[in-house]
Design a protein around this ligand. Structure first.
Ligand code: ZN
Length: 259
């Protein structure tokens, strides 16, 4: 019974040189992650990387895929995007639409365009019934408002960075909250406060690899076995053992992705 990493990017060029070895390492039991990693969902950021995530899922048994368009890549959206994503969703290892949302920190794409693309992809989720993985960077209010326009769509807030109050609101709507290495960072006091208020049956754990490695690996290229440290922090906040948290988040992710 291994760990479920609900959000990673193994299609990233930083893994291109040694992905076979990384997958071999994370799927084995190790000092870093005694239970080993059992499942990983790789998340697409545009049409080509979504396709790449599906190819990786075909190659490696523990990998699954989400397909979508990241707000920073909203400018790549065109009229062929929706049919392309829809076709990819027919793949047996496609489990979600993501990552989608809004990013007001970098604004590589204008806000109005980000919102329009976000709505189109939420609409795709409503039509196909797939859950969504949401990227929300410094856009909490607008993300929440758009999500509320789609009450039938269920999702997860990835690498949650909002307030405990915001976490409560998503939980009330039936959503899941996923925590990355940021919950272990000493300078991010609000993230653990939010993690504490999320009920155990709504918690997910993720890496966002190669980004956001948890303490004590901060700054390194992240990988799914490091998420054991993130699970340990969540366990501490909820008064459980790490292995209990690994099992709870694994079961939650299996439910969420309908696997
Ligand atoms: Zn991501």
């Amino acid at each position: 019974m291994g760990l479920f990493d609900s959000h990673a990017h193994y299609d990233d060029p930083r893994f291109a040189g040694d992905l076979d070895q990384v997958v071999e390492h994370i799927s084995s039991q190790s000092e870093i992650c005694p239970c080993g990693v059992e499942y990983v969902v790789n998340i697409g950021c545009d049409v080509p990387t979504s396709r790449l995530c599906l190819e990786l899922a075909e190659k490696y048994p523990l990998f699954y895929a989400a397909v979508g368009i990241h707000p920073q890549d909203a400018a790549t959206f065109n009229e062929e995007s929706i049919p392309a994503l829809k076709e990819m969703l027919r793949h047996p290892k496609a489990v979600a639409i993501g990552e989608i949302g809004l990013d007001y920190k970098y604004e590589n794409s204008p806000r109005d365009l980000q919102k329009a693309v976000f709505r189109r992809l939420m609409d795709l989720a409503r039509e196909t019934g797939y859950p969504v993985c949401i990227h929300d960077r410094d856009a909490h209010g607008d993300v929440f408002d758009i999500i509320r326009e789609f009450p039938d769509v269920k999702g997860v807030m990835h690498s949650f960075s909002g307030s405990p109050e915001m976490a409560r609101q998503y939980v009330k709507m039936g959503w899941f909250i996923s925590f990355s290495g940021t919950v272990t960072f000493k300078n991010a006091a609000v993230v653990p406060e939010a993690a504490k208020v999320v009920p155990l049956d709504r918690l997910l754990v993720e890496t966002d690899a190669p980004y956001l490695a948890p303490v004590p690996y901060r700054g390194k290229r992240n990988k799914s076995s490091f998420a054991y440290a993130t699970a340990a922090r969540l366990a501490e906040l909820h008064g459980l053992t790490t292995d209990e948290m690994v099992e709870i988040t694994r079961q939650n992710a299996l439910n969420f992705f309908q696997m």
